[in-house]
Ligand binder design. Structure first.
Ligand code: ZN
Length: 579
């Protein structure tokens, strides 16, 4: 299926078979997975894979459930009953008997930093994938081992720290990191990406002392006695960029690390059932090279920034350029405010429980945001901003409304990464603009220990999947890995239960059903990057990306959804992972 002619012909046949399905009546209750079959008279391409005897949740409104489907040339060509699909067998067709297991479309993560090099090469002081508590001592030990192999004066970095996953039940402070070394600048990066913890050496190198004022968009935190405690938030961290020595790599070494990082994280994605991931920037050349050597297992919607975005704008390259494996999507997140998990997002009210009156960090002016959005919008590129708090979401919508007014474009789907804290007015404006939120997924389970900082009133309006679905907004899933684990089943469990690892439930009014949560993670994800014609459901004509699950998330107890075994992840008809 290589020439344009045969592709067109193939698509025509697929459409014919889809039409066949549509003419059949909906299946009855007695045989819920016996979907109405394709029209037997429609000619079909020879299938190379027949999947039979499954509970297929297609996420396709025309035939929501089926038993079987056929794949040819990496695409689904027919969906129906096991008997009908078996009847399509030709010489060389493989048959996969799912033995009653559940099959859903491959999952899509619409916001992922995909940092494979960090996973492979850096010191990890927390668990990237699961809830796990660590001790401050373990952090110090790991970094001390690194410091012993690092020349004095050179940075020692720790990654994947989570301030609420510490057994000591207290904050990590500069004094702790002074135990790593007094001769190296030491920093521990919070997995959320908006706060870092420095030792005294680092603070001194940057000439920060207790009298240093906070810069716009960030803070140097102090203890009750007014002394620096080592925690530095958002833009205040910029002063550390120009101090201390850093390990350097040749261009060749850097390229090698990037390639290995992409190949490594691709394996992790398919292990958890992800078949499409929106990459927040990263090395585009590395992604292409890994694909060329046959090790890219998932599909990439590449979200550009910096040099790549500039070349798109100046070169006239719009969103959608690329192919089924690597496609240019929206921009990467243009940041408007701080973090939800690290409590720096911009709120319209003071943070509950804080005496200081702190309302979070706005990291962009309205004027700068207006001009950035207008430029990207005019260039025909899907805009994407990181906006967590209601103040930041309002700023984003204001800028998009303004750009649409001066230069109307249809179906732009402005993307709001996180879109965490909403109110009725924001939802109405999001709906009017056709904006697409990519909200936190695993947080409801993983970060339930942080919601006490916001309280139930704000949590009722946070990660508001129920509100968005009821309003007819295409809410999608965006794990934000590294900040959140990316396991889609952990995300789905949280969306369904709103109960965390600690057994606490927050914002139960935002619960959605298993079916809705599956949609959020599949077809809504495809819509988020304008790819719903080719992805997101098990439908004739779409890419054969699907996941085989050992149990049905509809029938297991909801607090066990995250533990369902991924039996197989299939991308383009080929097995990318087998459990
Ligand atoms: Zn992010």
């Amino acid at each position: 299926m290589t020439s344009r002619q045969s592709r067109r012909e193939f698509m025509g046949l697929a459409a014919a078979s889809a039409a066949g399905i549509l003419t059949r009546p909906a299946f009855g209750d007695a045989h819920p997975f016996t979907a109405a079959p394709f029209s037997p008279s429609a000619p079909l391409a020879d299938p190379d894979l027949l999947v039979v005897n499954a509970k297929v949740y297609t996420m396709d409104g025309a035939t929501p459930k089926a038993e079987a489907f056929a794949v040819s040339g990496g695409r689904i060509i027919a969906v129906g009953s096991s008997a009908d699909v078996r009847g399509l067998a030709r010489k060389g067709s493989q048959t996969f008997d799912a033995k009653g297991m559940t099959i859903v479309p491959g999952f899509t993560d619409c916001h992922n930093h995909a940092g494979g090099t960090t996973l492979l090469y850096e010191v990890l002081v927390g668990n990237p994938f699961e809830v796990e508590f660590v001790t401050i001592d373990s952090i110090v030990q790991k970094l001390r081992a690194k410091a012993q192999q690092t020349p004095a004066g050179m940075w020692v970095d720790g990654y994947f720290f989570d301030d609420t996953k510490v057994k000591d039940k207290r904050q990590l402070v500069a004094r702790d990191l002074d135990q790593v070394s007094t001769e190296h600048p030491v920093v521990v990066h919070h997995r959320g990406g908006h706060t870092s913890f420095y030792n005294t050496n680092a603070l001194q190198l940057a000439k920060i002392d207790k009298s240093t004022p906070n810069p716009p968009g960030g803070t140097f935190d102090r203890d009750e006695g007014g002394e620096l405690n080592g925690r530095v938030t958002d833009r205040a961290r910029n002063v550390f960029n120009s101090v201390g020595k850093r390990q350097t790599f040749t261009a060749e070494q850097t390229a090698q690390r990037e390639r290995d990082g992409v190949a490594h994280i691709s394996k992790q994605f398919v292990r958890y059932g992800l078949t499409s991931v929106h990459h927040e920037s990263g090395d585009l050349a590395a992604i292409q090279e890994v694909r060329a050597r046959g090790e890219l297992l998932h599909r990439v919607s590449y979200e550009s920034s910096g040099r790549v975005l500039e070349s798109m704008i100046t070169g006239g390259i719009k969103t959608g350029f690329g192919d089924e494996w690597i496609k240019l999507g929206a921009t990467s997140e243009h940041t408007v405010d701080g973090s939800f998990s690290e409590r720096t997002m911009a709120l319209s009210i003071p943070y509950p429980g804080l005496q200081s009156g702190y309302r979070g960090n706005v990291t962009e002016t309205q004027d700068d945001l207006n001009s950035w959005i207008e430029r990207v919008h005019r260039a025909g590129i899907q805009v994407n901003c990181h906006a967590n708090g209601d103040v930041a979401i309002d700023m984003f919508l204001t800028a998009v409304e303004r750009a649409q007014k001066s230069f109307p474009r249809a179906d732009t789907r402005p993307k709001i990464t996180h879109c965490t804290l909403i109110n009725d007015d924001l939802v109405r404006r999001i709906k009017t603009l056709g904006a697409v939120p990519a909200m936190f997924t695993t947080y409801a389970y993983y970060n339930s220990d942080k919601f006490v900082f916001y309280g139930e009133d704000l949590m009722k309006r946070s990660m508001a999947y129920r509100t968005f679905i009821d309003a007819g907004v295409w809410a999608a899933a965006g794990s934000d890995f590294s900040p959140g684990p990316f396991a889609p089943l952990m995300g789905i469990q949280g969306m369904v239960t709103r109960t965390g690892w600690d057994g606490k439930t927050w914002g139960a009014n935002q619960r959605i059903t298993v079916d809705e949560a599956l949609r959020v993670n599949t077809i809504n994800g495809a819509y988020n990057s304008h790819e719903e014609a080719t992805k997101g459901s098990i439908s004739a004509g779409k890419l054969a990306d699907f996941v085989v699950l050992a149990d049905d998330p509809h029938t297991v107890s909801p607090e066990k959804i995250k533990d369902i075994q991924i039996v197989r992840t299939v991308v383009g008809g080929a097995t990318a992972y087998q459990g």
